[in-house]
Design a protein around this ligand. Sequence first.
Ligand SMILES: *Cc1c(COP(=O)(O)O)cnc(C)c1O
Length: 397
Amino acid sequence: MPVTLPVKDRFELPDGMIYLDGNSLGPLPRGVKQAVADMISDQWGAHLIKGWNIDGWMAQPLRVGNLVGRLVGAAPDTITMGDTLSIKVVQALAAGLRMRPDRKVILSDSGNFPSDLYMAQGLIAHLAQGHELRIVAPEEVEAAMTDDVAVAMITQVDYRSGRMHDMTAVTNAAQAAGAVMLWDLAHSAGAVPVDLATCGCEFAVGCTYKYLNGGPGAPAFIYVRPDLADRIDPLLSGWLGHDAPFAFEATYRPAPGIERMRVGTPPVLQLAALEVAMQVWDGVDMDDLRAASLRLSDLFIAQVEDRCPQLTLASPRDGARRGSQVSFAFEHGYAAMQALIARDVIGDFRAPNLMRFGFTPLYVDEADVIRAVDHLADILNQRIWDTPAFQKTSRVT
Ligand SMILES: *Cc1c(COP(=O)(O)O)cnc(C)c1O
């Protein structure tokens, strides 16, 4: 049954909190606490090691991968879960490089998340084959698809500004140049409609603790285009990506299909939480979600520009070029965000000066947006941010 957004009752949100940080860590979906507690006592507690078989723990990565796959337009059994996004990035990247041994360039852009770039740098150093990480401005990605590019490793939605790439156009440009296309969907999955099967990219990766509400430390996902999945060479040749893990052979042989992108023991408790968390998507139409996200974001931009002249929009004004988050630049952005958080309006801060707000239509509505700007305008106009308590920086911003 299609549902009308928001579906706030599907989440356990603290009373009075306006949560505009679901792009960084999604809130707790209702039912997860109980399901994980039951799982711990009824499966782990009661069945112990038998749980791997009778409770289907070993099949979890593919089963949950199929739930994620529905949201990103992936065919069944083309996504598996596990590890963290940084690990999935390096797996996909290494497999892509092996597909283009005669090319030496990894193309990325300056809007990518540092961990993706760091993983590429680490891989290049260890391969010691003369690869180069070429970082261009986001607007130049398509023009930079030259015939030396082995893999284009691009994050669709910029974590700072929310600027969004056109997946079809970039994928077409990469493939026309003979490059392998690797998409990072960290800020796309559950935020904007994605259609991996139609897009035709070779690889995609993403995380599940942001818009998919899987909780802190929730596992990442990796997609491999089905026609390639039997042919790619895994970098991380762990036993659970082996064709016969329980044969305990001395030599690695990759499992058929996407299973070869598994590495070691799956995070069973985290996957159990995520599997239940995915129920919040029941009946949610991604086009409805996108329309609601743009309504909320446009309203926020209009309200802030009207009432908070101290701030400067740092996201694309055109909704079609923006993901599901909006950032504003402000010299005292860190302190202003601390003051907002003290009033239970939760966003976050990205250096050097960005106040970042995520709009997640599953549990944020227009009234929340107006109330958030009420607080923001008050904090700016009264200079409430200007106290030492709000200047003190924590380890996580
Ligand atoms: C959030 C994010 C990450 C984080 O990676 P982890 O390994 O899960 O910590 C990596 N890349 C991008 C693009 C992200 O947005």
